[in-house]
Design a protein around this ligand. Structure first.
Ligand code: MN
Ligand code: MN
Length: 353
């Protein structure tokens, strides 16, 4: 490289070969490759096997299950783009380099096409299964929430053991049908439980509020042994106590957890770009802290972040929050390896995240 020392009056440090001066990974996020955080792009079994990732991002750009405002099919692209950082990242929350500790790749998108919801679910299931079989934790970017049905099923299949689910949402998504459709973003959790992929008592919901579903559906949920924590409970007890209980409930039996985040669990003031916004939700910082806490305490076997609808977003707020949910999860995995700060600190601990 050329002269590195700036001289008085000079406005830049010039390299000798400016075309080769920065690796793609170190270029600004809006320049060059468009994978999640510019991670290696491993769209097929062969490249996945070679990379041997611990975490693989999967796009599920499908919104044919949407009941109200559409647009979540554009979510994966928007979430991938919602960063302004380059290279490896040092997480201030957990005090460690995220991507040099945890080997991550972007496995690309499930090859969905519009207007074919059943096919979309089948290819998402195949895609997620391929990632899980390669030994990676799939982190799926939705897409509407119907994608959790094929995603959890695939993870459960590969694990071959019981899996608990912690599900953040304003809505229970346990409807039998929505306007006669059994495949909808209002029904995936019902299907997962009634088809036996997850035991009702290990399916734990956090953040429910508003006006859907109706009483009969909650009665069905109770019959399944499901546990749920409404937003009013969080208001009364605080997010921390509720999250700790949710973790314990998901793990009553299973040793592994799948984490599903409908971004509408967060208040629309911080997550406006979503299909069915419900005022009075979590703070962004409460959700990010909950993600760190859960991932640091459980064996995470899969995760999704869904219902980001970029056409309804403002200033990319919602995409940025969804992106950070993924980063916080990977950061917590990195911190678990040691070297980082505690992700589960007591008040007053140095470096409490
Ligand atoms: Mn949902
Ligand atoms: Mn929802």
């Amino acid at each position: 490289m050329g002269e590195e020392r700036p001289f008085p009056g000079e406005a830049e440090i010039r390299a000798e070969d400016e075309l080769a001066e920065f690796d793609d990974r170190d270029l600004p996020s809006y320049v060059g490759a468009a994978s999640f955080q510019k991670l290696p792009w491993c769209p097929d079994d062969e490249s996945l096997r070679r990379a041997r990732p611990e975490v693989a991002i999967v796009g599920a750009p499908l919104d044919d299950g949407t009941s109200h405002r559409p647009g979540a099919r554009f979510g994966p692209r928007a979430i991938r783009a919602a960063t302004y950082h380059a290279g490896d990242l040092y997480s201030i929350q957990v005090g460690t380099e995220v991507f040099s500790v945890v080997r991550c790749v972007d496995a690309g998108d499930a090859p969905v096409v519009p207007s074919r919801l059943g096919r979309g679910h089948r290819v998402i299931r195949e895609k997620v299964r391929g990632v899980a079989e390669a030994g990676a934790i799939p982190i799926v970017l939705g897409g509407d929430h119907s994608i959790t049905y094929p995603s959890v099923a695939a993870v459960r299949e590969v694990q071959g053991a019981e899996v608990g689910v912690v599900h953040f949402d304003a809505h229970a998504d346990t409807g039998l049908e929505v306007w006669g459709s059994l495949l909808s973003h209002g029904t995936p959790m019902r299907k997962l439980i009634s088809e036996g992929w997850v035991a009702g008592r290990n399916f734990v919901q956090v953040g429910l509020r508003g006006y859907w579903p109706e009483r009969e559906t909650f009665e069905w949920m109770r019959e399944q042994g499901m546990r749920w924590h409404r937003m009013v409970e969080i208001e009364e007890r605080g997010a921390e106590a509720v999250i700790d209980e949710a973790i314990a409930e998901a793990l009553e039996g299973p040793e592994r957890v799948y984490l599903s985040i409908d971004i509408d669990v967060v208040d629309p003031s911080a997550a406006p770009g979503t299909g069915t916004p419900e005022p009075g939700g979590l703070l962004a910082r409460e959700l990010l802290r909950a993600v760190r806490r859960i991932v640091s305490r459980v064996e995470l076997v899969g995760m999704d972040v869904v219902e980001v609808s970029p056409p309804y977003d403002h200033a990319e707020l919602t995409a940025a929050l969804a992106h950070r949910c993924v980063l916080e999860a990977i950061g917590a995995l990195a911190a678990k390896r040691g070297g980082g700060l505690p992700t589960d600190p007591r008040p007053g601990d140095p470096g409490s995240p």
